[in-house]
Design a protein around this ligand. Sequence first.
Ligand code: NAD
Length: 502
Amino acid sequence: MTTQTSVPTLTHWIGGEPAAGRSGRTAPVHDPATGEVIATVPLASEEDVASAVASAARAFPGWRDTSLARRTQILFRFRELLNARKDELAAIITAEHGKVLSDALGEITRGLEVVEFACGAGHLLKGAMSEDASTDIDVTTIRQPLGPVAIVSPFNFPAMVPLWFFPVAIAAGNTVVLKPSEKDPSAALWLAELWREAGLPAGVFTVVNGDGTTVEAILDAPEVAAVSFVGSTPVARHVYRTATAAGKRVQALGGAKNHMVVLPDADVDIAADAAVNAGYGSAGERCMAISVVVAVGPVADPLVERIAERTTRLRVGDGRRGCDMGPLITQEHRDRVAGYIDAGRQAGAQVVLDGRDVEPDGASGGYWLGPTLLDHVTTDMSVYRDEIFGPVLAVVRVETYDEALRLVNAGAYGNGTALFTRDGGAARRFQHDVEVGMVGINVPIPVPVAYHSFGGWKQSLFGDTHAYGTDGVHFYTRGKVVTSRWPEADVAGVNLGFPQNR
Ligand code: NAD
């Protein structure tokens, strides 16, 4: 149900100011807690993308040559402004995404960490120098920016995912073209204004709104040197293939299906809290959400019981009303997720909690689905195999640790996983043997801090460089090695032999 009254028309952000879309194509932006259309977003054409990329390309030489000291000052100002005004941004995120306000603030806080990391640009970009590598010869490694780089982000973290990338890219001297999700585009535009206020020169940060067609135009643009993509696995794979074939540097982060293994010796209350927080937080629309609990041996019955008991206390509703869990992103997605409940039941799973029974504290037009718990799930069921991306937690029962490990390692994705135990030896074995990029030991959502790097394995990441941290610095710079000699007049002379150390 939607009501189409007069709503604001959003823009792109090109050359340091709002730029109206010229394609004639638009999409509605909904408030998922009411179902109402709250804005119209332009979907960029090739022409819009060309103008955005040209602006980023024009800004590049000046930004590359801006001293590290000046770049860092702007980053610090951006950090201060974002921290001071994060409530404004959280309200925008909740209005367009639906996640509850405290969760929206949480994603901004995690994004701020990356800005703080990038404020150390001077140290991060420091090269290496070997004096007298050979007699009177010095060798210096420097890292230089790539040029205009593109970021394509998903709906589920409209602020944090762009913030994983652009602070580091900008700190390193690149210019950035961000294509946010068309479902919640306003956070990116708000961040663009903040950059202007922080003193970032026009053209260094560009926002081009749009959909898949827009992304194709970005991938085709010859000036774009690198692409950081985050989204579903089929699109990540496509972006990786297309952009690498065009000679661009690419990191494409894809979908996930994260397992939480609970050993018989674990503290069941701590494990149940973790499963509820990581399974139903942000309505399960997190790439690091736990979607499968692997219960080993006798822990299964008390664990399922305690998860179910906690879930009944959760308040589902409008994110502005102090609820625990908000709506899903669209009606279509909500219906798709709800469809898995019957699919699970028909395949033989036991439906312990059916989210369709929820009574939300919110408008009737919202895209509501409550916490859903499926027990006795097996690996042949679609509820086990598919990335559902909603508040549906599947419990798989196994008998041994080895069986649990085999299950996790057989998964198609390898984004995150967690082990709950009191046994240090088992934990150490798990972190060594598990084929997943980010591992939590008694930590259900192990998103690395900004000075480490974020990235999954297998179908959760195409490319070899993770986001932010030192991987991020590496991704947004290329190395150059200078070998130099300042000869005295008496060492000159012709010698056609291969240069050797002496
Ligand atoms: P999505 O793949 O539908 O869209 C992601 C971005 O790609 C959007 O900007 C969208 O406009 C664009 N896009 C959509 N279709 C396209 C196409 N055919 N060609 C080119 N571009 C296209 O993903 P989503 O629904 O916005 O986000 C949810 C997905 O993102 C989930 O699968 C989730 O696991 C994943 N995700 C992964 C991570 C991670 O770190 N691995 C983080 C967040 C989200």
